[in-house]
Design a protein around this ligand. Structure first.
Ligand SMILES: Cc1ncc(COP(=O)(O)O)c(C=O)c1O
Length: 415
């Protein structure tokens, strides 16, 4: 099942898309100003997200993965560099680092299920260029501590906010605290356009570099090819008017959706909170996170396994995609060619870099995730371990039924 945005697709999205189709013009640039019925939806969506995020600049792209790659390249990260990233994340956080030419250095998570600042400090080497913080499952990480570490060591802070669009941290929108923030609009995310991504930043130079990389070296708002002016080669990760039309409708639904998720999450939590031995994931501020997932810790892995089975779910450690232990291509450093740069890149190895990954290399992460079960409030996604729970279209009555079921099943083990 998809995330909340996809469940709420309706008449508003249809109207927005029809406007684009009726204009007969689907491209993000108006290549013949005055001669087309250009709707400027991509520009509108970029301006909307920049305003919402309280930053100057936004670039819409075709995915969250290309947003991450573009952000890293925009920062000038490449061969010989290391980027610290949590071992609990979607693989794209890690693969974007490798495809930028740099080496991902895995760090532990703490009870927030996000980067542990203490472990980040231990992972810094002379090659470290950035910390990539991932706000997993709608819950912001310890940004004050991570920003302080980044500043002290002169590192970039990249915020992967793919799973946290709409969250904030101490009053500031997520993604606006590091040098650059990225979002995903795939179908599992808060809001969606089928696929899609966004980069936000306050740094004009970085914005121009990101824009150039995402579109063959060009500058924003061009009307034609800009021969002679392009700073470097780029690729094509452009967003289309059709996707932007859907996202505009979704953006307008966001406040109501978040309010509903928060209400459901509070209710679910309050109905199971007194179960003996049950603990909750640490949430820094329940008003500022998204409320898409409620994560509980059971007293030990054995109880967690049994309960997950009864719920028709899995403990997070075994759920699939988001845990480094289950990323065989990463563990073996498999790149598309046998040379497997960036891990074997001379810029890296000749400066003393040597990276080995192995199952069990992050014991704190493994211990936490072996006892963790995700309950869906708005993202029923088996690969996140949230097969059990409710969806965004459910009301409090369903929440109460599901919470009672959880109590009954958990009550067998928690006395
Ligand atoms: C934490 C995280 N980063 C990056 C991505 C990549 O986003 P996309 O699927 O839009 O490429 C995802 C998507 O699942 C994600 O969850």
């Amino acid at each position: 099942m998809p995330g909340p945005g996809m469940e709420l697709v309706g008449e508003e999205e249809i109207q927005e898309v029809l406007e684009v189709l009726r204009s007969g013009y689907l491209y993000r640039y108006d290549v013949a100003p005055g001669k087309t019925k250009f709707q400027g939806k991509v520009i509108k969506v970029e301006e909307y997200v920049a305003r919402l995020s309280k930053v100057q600049y936004a670039v819409a792209l075709n995915s969250g993965t290309s947003a991450l790659l573009t952000a890293l390249i925009g920062l000038g990260i490449g061969p010989g560099d290391e980027v610290i990233v949590p071992g609990f994340t979607f693989v794209a956080s890690i693969s974007s680092i490798a495809f930028a030419g740099a080496v991902p250095v895995l760090a532990e998570i703490d009870r927030t299920l996000n980067l542990d600042p203490e472990d980040v400090k231990k992972k810094i080497t002379p090659r470290t260029k950035a910390i990539m913080v991932v706000h997993m499952m709608g819950n912001p990480a310890r940004l004050d501590e991570l920003k302080a570490i980044a500043d002290e060591h002169n590192l970039f802070l990249v915020e992967d906010c793919a799973q946290a669009f709409g969250a904030s941290y101490r009053g500031r929108p997520i993604g606006s605290i590091g040098q650059v923030g990225t979002f995903s609009f795939n179908v599992y995310k808060t809001i969606t356009s089928g696929d899609g991504g966004m980069i936000i930043t306050d740094d004009e130079e970085l914005y121009k570099r990101c824009f150039a990389f995402h579109d063959q070296g060009h500058s924003p708002r061009r009307t034609g090819a800009e021969i002679g002016k392009r700073p470097f080669l780029g690729l094509d990760f452009r967003y289309t008017e059709l996707q932007a039309a859907v996202l505009l409708a979704q953006l307008r639904k966001l406040p109501k959706m978040l309010d509903h998720l928060q209400t459901n999450k509070r209710r679910f939590r309050s109905l199971i909170a007194d179960l003996p031995g049950l603990e909750f994931r640490e949430v820094l501020d329940s008003e500022e996170e998204l409320g898409t997932i409620l994560t509980v810790f059971l007293p030990d892995p054995d109880i967690a396994q049994k309960l997950a089975k009864d719920l028709g779910s899995k403990v997070v450690a075994e759920a699939g995609w988001h845990v480094y232990n289950n990323m065989e291509h990463l563990l073996d450093q498999r790149m598309p060619t046998p040379v497997h740069c960036s891990f074997s890149c001379p810029n890296y190895t000749e400066s003393g870099g040597q990276m080995r990954y192995s199952k069990g290399m992050l014991p704190q992460t493994d211990e936490l995730l072996s006892r963790a079960i995700n309950i869906s409030i708005g993202v029923p996604d088996p690969s996140l371990g949230s097969a059990f729970g409710v969806s965004v279209t459910d009301d409090l009555e369903v929440v109460e039924e599901r919470a009672a079921e959880f109590r009954r099943l958990a009550g067998q083990y928690l006395k």
